[in-house]
Design a protein around this ligand. Structure first.
Ligand code: MG
Length: 398
């Protein structure tokens, strides 16, 4: 097998292995789909890879029973290919994922456990760059604790920990080399992809792993994840930016209007190029503001006929996707609707739920408020509706 390094302009894919049932945690949802720190374990993993500049494509391998949970975890994230179904063993799942990736002709692939949500961007970079000079690389940490055998609850002999490592993912490979190795080794049983590579004569380089890059396997692991997320939040590792948005649309003929993604029966409609949803327009602008990325008009020009009459949820989902591409997470969104009527109160919870759904964030991070202007001004004269919004985004520490 050739030891030539792939060209540096090659496509880099991430293969996220999420095919297991995760039964070790007991009843209920698999660990991948358990929330930790406001989002599921798998979403955090996918988000980390989606936000990394060095990753071009992401292929997840999932259990077919979990397609709905997967789609929820993946919603709005860039770079994701449609998921493929895993096989009986992890090794089978990886082989199927590699086959699905082959049509995209990646030069390099990082194979990563979906249940390791804390791999840092630096580790991903190190894994990709290790392939400049090796066909394969794996992150590992030296064993520091004393190792000892046990027999029937009693301590046995001490083992040498010299040259012993704890192995992690992402494991990085020249794509063609690992695809061929997996095909050759189909039907065998190996603990990880590096072992398969080695069995095919591929030399695997060691790169330094990370203590926080642990695999969430048991219920206590979820608790450890929660503590880690909380500690990071308290340390303020991320950088918070706040964006604001404002929008107005005029009443016109109609029998209903769209407000914060909810259709409300009313004596008038709202006039606009799209569906004229002032609430979602203000919030879209708030997110774009926090990203420093123009405004809704620069992304969706009213002069472009393709946006005529479209649902404004598309604009909001686009802004959320731009945030995800920059690795930013949406902490919170707050909208104030300003009008005499329609009454917003009866629709408020539906609006919050709709926005949380579009943004794929928990309901308690979305606020919708309403006020009148005591009969003053254009809103007071019921000529239209105004909306203000604030969004807070957290960017990873750079
Ligand atoms: Mg507008």
């Amino acid at each position: 097998m050739s030891n030539a390094a792939p060209p540096s302009d090659t496509i880099v894919a991430a293969l996220i292995v999420a095919g297991g049932r995760g039964t070790r945690m007991g009843e209920g949802k698999p660990k991948l789909y358990r929330p930790a720190g406001g989002e599921t374990v798998l979403r955090r993993t996918l988000r980390t890879f989606a936000a990394h500049d060095g990753i071009d494509l992401i292929q997840a391998v999932i259990h077919p029973d979990h397609i709905a949970d997967y789609e929820e975890a993946a919603r709005g994230l860039p770079k994701l290919l449609p998921p493929c179904s895993g096989g009986g063993e992890r090794q089978d799942s990886v082989r199927l994922g590699l086959r699905a990736l082959a049509v995209h002709t990646p030069g390099r692939v990082l194979i990563h456990d979906g249940a390791r949500p804390f791999a840092s961007p630096d580790l991903i970079t190190a894994a990709i760059e290790a392939l400049d000079s090796h066909q394969a690389a794996l992150p590992a940490l030296p064993v520091v604790d004393t190792l000892r055998r046990g027999h029937d609850g009693r301590a046995g002999e001490t083992l040498s920990r010299e040259a012993l490592y704890r192995v992690q993912t992402p494991q990085a490979f020249s794509f063609q080399a690992i695809l061929k190795a997996h095909e050759t080794m189909a039907g065998t049983s190996h603990t990880d992809d590096a072992a398969i590579a080695q069995a095919c004569g591929i030399e695997v380089a060691l790169i330094e792993g990370e203590e926080d890059n642990f695999k969430i396997t048991t219920a206590p692991d979820i608790e450890r994840a929660e503590r880690l997320i909380k500690a990071r939040e308290q340390r303020g590792m991320g950088q918070v930016r706040v964006g604001m948005g404002y929008d107005v649309h005029r009443f016109g003929p109609g029998e209903s209007l769209m407000l914060c993604g909810v259709e409300i029966v009313h004596s008038h409609g709202l006039i606009g190029h799209s569906d004229a949803d002032v609430g979602l327009h203000a919030l879209t602008d708030a997110i774009l503001g926090a990203l420093g990325d123009g405004d809704i008009g620069s992304h969706f020009p009213p002069s472009d006929p393709k946006w005529r009459g479209v649902g404004s949820h598309l604009f909001l989902a686009h802004a959320a996707r731009l945030a995800a591409e920059k690795g930013a997470s949406l902490n919170h969104a707050d909208i104030t609707i300003i009008c005499e009527r329609p009454k917003v109160g009866p629709h408020r919870e539906a609006m919050r739920a709709r926005i949380a759904d579009i943004l794929a964030i928990p309901l308690d991070r979305v606020s919708v408020k309403a006020t009148t202007t005591e009969g003053l001004g254009f809103t007071g004269r019921a000529e239209g509706i105004a909306a203000q919004a604030v969004a807070t985004l957290e960017f990873p520490a750079s």
